[in-house]
Design a protein around this ligand. Structure first.
Ligand SMILES: Cc1cc2nc3c(=O)[nH]c(=O)nc-3n(C[C@H](O)[C@H](O)[C@H](O)COP(=O)(O)O)c2cc1C
Length: 343
């Protein structure tokens, strides 16, 4: 599958953008685990054009992440175009590798965003959505992609027609989360309309399906049943970034990997933690790693005390020592990963 000239290989599995989760350390880890592409957390177009340094810093990516998309959101057409140009120039503005792709978020359901007409709020104004997309494609040198949902609610599942219009506006790939805005994250993702977009003979850009993929079997099933070009995995990667290795292995060999041992999970957690420290420093690096660390070892018996230590310690050396202790005590175990975050 190709996005512009960027070749993601056969049946690629990408990491979904997730605010407060998919920072550079997690993105690198997922790339190393087999994710074909990653996307930054969404970046506010208003923040970019107002030159807010924290917003600009969100566009900082590293060479090891490539290919990486920088995702922007907003509702004001001029600000979106200016922000897209800034994302296009992310390497110059924020340092690092910058963007290989500029992705537009037309899917976020959160009230403070969708309620103001940004994210999935744009699904109520498809003409505006298409016009913004076209203006961005014309303004930006890199491939432009869109991530969106099925529609606003059950009565307005407009994705099949919208996909054609977005394609005509010039985007290079489309990611569809199989829910409406009103579903937020509730209920099950409905892949039927993702399949209908893929089946539309007028469509020729790659279609990436998204929603509820939480196992290698489910990923393979989605490729086989719906014929999508790629799959995007979000929540199931949280605390379980090796899901990309598991999916890749099944897709490439037809065989399922056994659950990863705790010793190997510790090795991954240490790598993740070190990246977090290197990129964010000892204070933020520790703080932001806590939410991940508490999820890496779900399902271990008698783990409560150790878990509390992992998520309360402020001292990196002590956290590394606790991780060594986890490997020594539970290293041989390999509990199945169940009940991914929010799934
Ligand atoms: C905590 C969290 C943050 C998210 N942030 C973003 C975001 O910044 N941009 C975006 O396009 N989608 C965002 N999403 C949506 C995911 O990218 C994805 O579409 C959704 O979780 C469905 O996929 P999944 O079932 O594999 O998790 C977020 C989801 C979660 C749970």
């Amino acid at each position: 599958m190709k996005i512009g000239n960027i070749d993601l290989g056969e049946r690629p599995v990408t990491l979904a953008p997730m605010e407060d989760v998919t920072d550079a350390s997690f993105r690198i880890l997922c790339r190393e685990a087999g994710a074909a592409m990653v996307t930054t957390e969404f970046v506010s177009s208003d923040g970019l054009v107002r030159d807010v340094s924290k917003t600009i810093a969100k566009m900082h990516t590293l060479e090891e992440e490539a290919p990486v998309a920088v995702q922007i959101y907003g509702s004001i057409p001029e600000a979106m175009v200016d922000a897209a140009k800034m994302a296009d120039q992310a390497a110059e503005l924020a340092g690092g590798h910058g963007a290989d792709i500029v992705d537009i978020n037309f899917g976020c359901p959160v009230s403070k965003i969708a309620g103001r007409g940004a994210g999935s709020g744009m699904m109520r104004e498809p003409d505006k959505m298409v016009a913004i997309t076209k203006a961005i494609v014309e303004a930006v040198g890199k491939p432009v992609t869109v991530k969106t949902r099925l529609g606003w609610d059950d009565n307005s599942k407009i994705i099949v027609e919208l996909a054609e219009r977005l394609q005509d506006a010039g985007i290079s790939a489309l990611t569809i989360h199989g829910r409406t805005r009103c579903q937020m994250y509730k209920g099950e993702a409905d892949w039927t309309l993702i399949g209908a977009v893929k089946d539309n003979p007028r469509m020729h850009i790659p279609i990436i399906g998204n929603g509820d993929i939480n196992s290698a079997q489910k990923a393979k099933g989605a490729f086989d049943r719906w014929g999508v070009d790629g799959i995007m995995v979000g929540r199931a990667s949280f605390g379980h970034p090796w899901i990309f290795t598991e999916i890749r292995h099944l897709l490439d060999t037809g065989e399922e990997l056994p659950p990863m041992s705790v010793a190997d999970r510790v090795a991954l957690a240490k790598r993740h933690f070190q990246l977090s420290l290197d990129l964010k420093g000892p204070i933020t690096g520790v703080y932001e790693m806590r939410r991940h660390l508490s999820c890496y070892f779900k399902g271990l018996r008698d783990f409560k005390e150790t878990r509390i230590k992992l998520v309360t310690s402020k001292d990196p050396a002590e956290i590394f020592a606790t991780l060594d202790y986890v490997a020594a005590r539970w290293g041989e175990e390999a509990p199945a990963v169940e009940g991914a975050y929010g799934l």
